[in-house]
Design a protein around this ligand. Structure first.
Ligand SMILES: Cc1cc2nc3c(=O)[nH]c(=O)nc-3n(C[C@H](O)[C@H](O)[C@H](O)COP(=O)(O)OP(=O)(O)OC[C@H]3O[C@@H](n4cnc5c(N)ncnc54)[C@H](O)[C@@H]3O)c2cc1C
Length: 468
């Protein structure tokens, strides 16, 4: 049901007329995310306080108006899309770092703070906030928490969940709760903080986060190695980890990624290169040379065709160029792209890569894989072939096969992008019926009228805001 004008008036009263819009051209800016799908909201509110968030949600709950919280809209699974219409709650005004506590290594941060801004602010004080999704220069802490985002440094430092100590959350009823604390240890009651991390904006709106920080590592070194086969690169990954070296990042690019990069922005790889590893080690300045030398030795033993080592920042940036060029380079293959982020136990990487390559041949489609070899999280891009849009059904079948193969190897259909809208038909591949039923029950308990981000995670919620 469309929102009534009386509801819009009530929303203007709560947030102020300047912080509400139902102008179509403005709503359009909040209709998309990185999936490129579009759903137009009926209005957008920009609350400025926790009380305003609570009042908006109470009103929405009373009148059964769908509400979708939104950070930067960079999500890859459709989480911020208002699929059931209603309201987008843009958190832009919650953009302050409230405190950085150097004694207790915690920061109090509002959800619209951009990840890179938090990182820069804590680094000025000699501290470190490790989660680093590749979108860190524009994605927000609220979005990172809602998606439990990972990144390149997850191999050594873990993901967003590992840095959230406590949360202020507004429930769909408008009630405000506080989970966790700034303390390093805390076992008071259930671990509700973890419940909200990764809940994809479906259980509550995060209005404040207490985040754990680390001391800033003194130094880092970066190495790249090109290999003549994916098997040699995969063996190198296992050997590096097997010898007790924990790199900060361990990224890989497969042969189609390398070809795309060389066409788009040549980085001078040997012509016979079929796989590429980018490995970074960080820590105390006098302690990192040893592990890096061991990494170099492992690469040589596995027959690396080319090894480059960078100690200085500029040289390191140069080595990162190939990794960063992959995403834009993919557009030169085809505008049609299905971007999945499967994860398998690290030791199964060679098998899943083999299976992906067979899928590419079976459907005669370009499939490009790259990503976080160190934690088994692979970005698989199923690209359109020569028939353009007509290839889409074939691409969907290829994605289906890749998910099936992932699950057979003990993997999960998403390592960091979430289920959202894009992967909900597949959730049953990973969650059995009782686990799904309990998850649904949790959603119903916290959001009995299904007003908060309806149509996400669970397939049957897609039709309308009120149908469960
Ligand atoms: C180029 C590119 C690279 C990327 N690289 C990575 C990567 O390396 N690793 C990775 O994990 N992801 C990556 N992503 C995906 C995306 O950036 C992350 O999921 C990010 O955390 C989303 O943040 P956002 O602020 O854009 O959130 P949005 O897209 O606005 O929202 C994402 C979800 O969070 C919810 N949400 C937002 N704010 C709140 C809040 N305050 N309270 C409750 N729910 C909220 C929304 O409802 C939605 O469900 C990438 C995306 C792009 C475009």
């Amino acid at each position: 049901m469309p929102m009534k004008s009386s509801h819009k008036d009530a929303l203007r009263d709560i947030v102020g007329a300047d912080h509400f819009t139902d102008a179509q051209e403005e709503c359009l800016c909040y209709a998309y995310d990185a999936t490129r799908a579009q759903y137009l909201p009926e209005a957008v509110v920009f609350p400025g306080t926790t009380q305003e968030v609570a009042d908006v949600l109470r009103l929405a709950d009373t009148h059964r108006i769908p509400v979708v919280p939104r950070g930067a809209g960079s999500g890859f699974s459709g989480g911020a899309l208002p699929v059931a219409g209603g309201l987008v709650m843009a958190m832009n005004r919650f953009n302050r770092i409230r405190s950085i506590d150097t004694d207790n290594l915690v920061a109090e941060v509002e959800p619209a703070v951009v990840t890179a801004h938090l990182q820069a602010a804590v680094e000025k004080k000699g501290l470190f906030y490790p989660p680093d999704p590749a979108s860190y220069t524009f994605s927000t802490i609220g979005g990172n928490i809602a998606e439990n985002s990972g990144g390149m440094r997850a191999v050594k430092y873990g993901v967003t969940r590992d840095y959230v100590r406590g949360l202020e959350v507004v429930l769909p009823s408008g009630e405000v709760i506080h989970t966790g604390s700034a303390c390093a240890k805390d076992v008071v009651g259930y671990d509700l903080t973890t419940l909200f991390v990764g809940s994809e904006g479906t259980l509550g709106v995060v209005t404040l986060a207490t985040l754990r920080l680390l001391p800033l590592p003194e130094a880092k070194q970066t190495l790249t190695a090109a290999f003549g086969s994916m098997a040699a690169a995969a063996r190198t990954v296992s050997d590096v980890i097997g010898r007790g070296i924990v790199p900060t990042t361990l990224e890989f690019l497969d042969a189609p990624s390398l070809q795309a990069v060389e066409r788009y922005a040549p980085v001078g790889l040997p012509a016979e290169a079929q796989a590429f590893l980018l490995i970074e080690v960080d820590g105390d300045a006098d302690c990192i040379a040893g592990p890096m030398e061991r990494v170099r030795r492992v690469c040589t033993e596995n027959g690396a065709l080319q090894i480059r080592l960078a100690r200085e920042k500029d040289e390191q940036e140069e080595l990162w160029r190939a990794r960063r060029a992959v995403s834009p380079a993919l557009r030169s293959i085809s505008p049609y792209k299905m971007n999945e982020d499967i994860v398998v136990p690290r030791s199964r990487i060679p098998e899943i890569i083999d299976s992906i390559q067979k899928t590419a041949r079976r459907y005669d489609l370009p499939i490009v894989s790259f990503g976080h070899a160190g934690d088994g999280n692979i970005h698989v891009n199923v690209m359109g072939g020569t028939r353009g849009e007509a290839d889409v059904p074939k691409m969907e079948r290829a994605v289906d096969d890749i998910f099936q193969a992932t699950v057979k190897l003990g993997g999960r259909i998403s390592g960091e992008h979430g289920i959202g809208l894009a992967k909900q038909p597949y959730i049953g591949l990973n969650l059995d019926a009782p686990t799904l039923a309990l998850s649904r029950q949790l959603k119903r308990t916290l959001d009995p009228h299904n007003i908060l981000n309806p149509g996400k995670i669970f397939p049957q919620e897609t039709d309308s805001a009120s149908s469960f």
